[in-house]
Structures are given as structure tokens and as C-alpha cells.
Design a binder for this molecule. Structure first.
Ligand code: TYD
Length: 214
């Protein structure tokens, strides 16, 4: 059995990732691929409990260092219980946010040293790095406007201020250029249909390769 493919979607607030996750999953399923749709923080019962802890409350409830540890605790459980078992049985995993969010939010945004995050990543994620990461990019003002209009309970990161979100965007752009093998930068301006065309152009080569192998 060939290992499934692991695809992650990343970006700042309000870039429209969740819509794109749903569309990518639907298109893959249309090709007859078994897909597990998941998210971080969360994605397994224990990790969802950690999610509630990490995302609710005042913006300054946790330091960036504590956030990093909560995110990797969630990630560890999610990998053990959801991601690795799925990949092992040949299913594909499409995950709304993963480790690049820790690099961008806690690292670039929150000032946690990147070497510390990378050290955690080696221990927790190890060889199970994503095969493909789509990084959705949008000017900060547009993203925040969309996110605040949407509202919802998980507003801790959305209320951190413009400078934080600017560092976040720069962090994601830096990740995209440091990992050109794994990452594709997707222009998230325009409507969901236009963004999906760009996103699918990045995913499609993986499916052709996988279908050729099977
Ligand atoms: P969510 O409601 O899923 O936000 P979005 O719709 O923007 O994806 O909340 C996830 C929040 O958690 C988001 O603000 C980013 C943050 N986060 C981190 O700070 N570090 C991480 O490692 C992850 C996975 C998420």
C-alpha cells in the first residue's frame, strides 16, 4: 500500500482557507481518493481539547512560548491518532493549518526563536512533513476585515493588532521562499472560484503522480 499524501493549507486570518480545504477535498474525492479532512490546532479528541484551551480567552492569556508548547502538544496527539494512521492506510490527509502556523504565529509573530520551534518539530513531526503546503497570501487589511466580519468564538489571534498580522504575513512569505520544494504561494485575492483555480493548479500534479503510481 502506498502511503497517502499529506497536504496542508496555511495563511493569515481571513484568507479563505477553510473554503479552499472543502473544495480541494471534494475534488480529490471526485477522483476516487480517500481523503481525511482535518485541522490544527485540533483534529483528534485530545487535540480538540487543547485547541479550546489555546484559542479561547483574552489575547494575552498565553505567552507565545506557552502557545508553542500547546500547539505542539496538540500536533503530537493529532499526528499519532489521526494523520499517521490515515497516511499509513493510503488515505490522503488535507489539513487546515499545521506546523507553518507555529513558525509564523508563534515564531515570526510572537518572537519565539525559530531554532526552538524547529527542534520541537524534529521531535514531534519528524519525517511526517507535508508533501505539499499551500500558503494563501493576502494583504493584511483585507484579511482582517474578512475575519472580523465573520466573527466567531476563536478571536484570540484576530485581536492582536495590525503589526502582529504584518509580521505574520512576512513570516509566511519567508517560509514559502525557504521551502520552495514543499510550499506553493497562492494569491488569495479575488473570489473563491478564482482562488480555487490557483490552488488546484498546485495540487493537481500530486494527483497525476499518484494515479500513475497506482
Ligand atoms: P481557526 O479558527 O482555525 O482560524 P482560521 O480560520 O484563521 O484558520 O483558529 C486557528 C488559530 O490558531 C489561528 O488564529 C492561528 C492559530 N494557530 C497558531 O497560532 N499556531 C499554530 O501552530 C496553529 C496550528 C494555529
Amino acid at each position: 500500500m502506498t502511503r497517502g499524501r499529506f497536504i496542508t493549507l496555511e495563511g493569515g486570518e481571513g484568507v479563505g482557507k477553510s473554503t479552499q480545504v472543502a473544495r480541494i477535498v471534494a475534488r480529490l474525492e471526485g477522483l476516487g481518493i480517500e481523503v481525511v479532512r482535518t485541522r490544527e490546532p485540533g483534529g483528534s479528541p485530545g487535540a480538540e481539547e487543547i485547541r479550546a484551551l489555546a484559542l479561547n480567552g483574552a489575547a494575552e492569556r498565553w505567552s507565545s512560548m506557552t502557545e508553542t508548547l500547546l500547539m505542539y502538544a496538540s500536533r503530537s496527539d493529532h499526528l499519532e491518532r489521526t494523520v499517521r494512521p490515515a497516511l499509513r492506510r493510503g488515505a490522503w490527509v488535507v489539513c487546515d493549518r499545521f506546523a507553518d502556523s507555529s513558525r509564523a504565529y508563534q515564531g515570526a509573530g510572537g518572537g519565539v526563536p525559530l531554532e526552538f520551534i524547529e527542534a520541537l518539530d524534529v521531535g514531534v513531526v519528524g519525517d511526517d512533513q507535508p508533501d505539499l503546503t499551500l500558503i494563501f497570501d493576502l494583504p493584511v487589511e483585507i484579511g482582517l476585515e474578512r475575519a472580523l466580519a465573520r466573527g466567531g468564538a476563536d478571536l484570540r489571534f484576530e485581536t492582536k493588532g495590525l503589526a502582529f498580522h504584518q509580521r505574520l504575513r512576512e513570516g509566511f512569505l519567508a517560509i514559502a521562499s525557504a521551502h520552495t520544494e514543499r510550499c506553493r504561494l497562492i494569491d488569495a485575492t479575488g473570489d473563491a472560484d478564482a482562488v480555487f483555480v490557483r490552488a488546484w493548479a498546485a495540487v493537481e500534479p500530486l494527483t497525476s503522480r499518484a494515479l500513475a503510481e497506482s
